[in-house]
Unconditional design. Structure first.
Length: 318
């Protein structure tokens, strides 16, 4: 049996840094300029000092953490405002996309050090949100427990926590109705792009019955959009979900839900880098191989074990 994904001609998508014009904000080219510089730096990395990648990454992390610290201090000193959030998300994305670009040049010791430094990043987001909205438990799941338990169970059954099985199962499924039972059929095609944008997604934060459950549901939607080869929707929802996940930085139960905020950040950055690094290509044929590279695969190197931080979780990879 063959699904539509197997039998039909693959779509094409824009590739290279220019594919992200307006990705963060309408008409924005700042992120494109950053990606162009990153592509050039990654190409020339072997020609510079061996410690260039480590120094580059430490600088990006320091910039993100420093910006959050200043934003928290300024917010406590003045009237609470969300005006700085867009920049905070930009610094977050810049750091993790840089990590994807230079990952292979970083030693295990450096990657471990970066993850330890990222704790200040997640703490910064938690403190920033407290400065704006006060103390709120964004991970509470008080209502619709049965539904969100189904989401959590589906995340586990789909092998989201194990990249050795998930991508293969995602791409090789023959029947569309066996994809993600928790969210139904043809989800991506039925969703409007406007509903996937950060402004719409973040408006649900304070009213959501279970933010981690919403995140888990979004992860399924993203994979469904990848299967439908609709990269605009997939990448829009990736970025929105990353922003949403920062609200759970200090409360997400990684063992229970099967994913971490770092998983989401790394996966979003991976997808962006997979397209951006193909500089010079006007279009990219979305073959099964390309889609499998974009699919969820959170085990992105030795540093992820430290990111999750528990022996029980580490054993899953052995």
């Amino acid at each position: 049996e063959f699904s539509e994904e197997r039998c039909c001609q693959p779509r094409t998508a824009f590739a290279g840094p220019d594919a992200f014009v307006g990705f963060l904000q309408p008409g924005d080219t700042l992120f494109v300029d950053f990606l162009e510089g990153l592509v050039q730096a990654s190409v020339n990395q072997r020609k510079v000092a061996p410690n260039y990648a480590a120094a580059f990454m430490k600088a990006k992390l320091r910039a993100a953490v420093t910006y959050l610290e200043r934003s928290v201090n300024d917010t406590w000193a003045t009237t609470p405002s969300t005006a700085r959030l867009d920049s905070a998300y930009y610094f977050l994305l810049e750091y993790f996309v840089s990590l994807e670009a230079f990952r292979t040049y970083l030693s295990p010791a450096v990657r471990l050090a970066l993850v330890k430094g990222e704790r200040a990043l997640w703490k910064g987001f938690a403190e920033y949100y407290r400065a704006i909205w006060g103390y709120t438990d964004y991970c509470r799941c008080m209502e619709a427990a049965e539904y969100y338990t189904l989401i959590r169970t589906s995340v586990k059954q789909a092998h989201f926590s194990n990249n050795r099985f998930f991508a293969a199962a995602l791409i090789n499924r023959s029947r569309p109705d066996s994809r993600f039972p928790a969210i139904g059929h043809d989800v991506c095609s039925s969703l409007q792009l406007e509903d996937m944008k950060p402004t719409t997604q973040l408006s649900q934060i304070l009213s959501s019955q279970c933010v981690p459950g919403e995140i888990g549901q979004n992860l399924f939607k993203i994979q469904d959009c990848l299967l439908e080869q609709d990269l605009q929707k997939a990448f829009t929802l990736m970025y929105s979900t990353l922003q949403m996940a920062t609200f759970t930085a200090d409360c997400l139960d990684v063992e229970y839900w099967g994913f971490s905020i770092r998983d989401i950040a790394v996966e979003t950055a991976k997808g962006i880098w997979q397209l951006a690094r193909r500089s010079g290509q006007e279009s990219l044929l979305l073959t099964r191989t390309v889609i499998s590279h974009l699919a969820w695969s959170p085990s992105r190197g030795l540093e992820d074990h430290v990111g999750r931080g528990t022996e029980a979780w580490k054993q899953r990879w052995q």
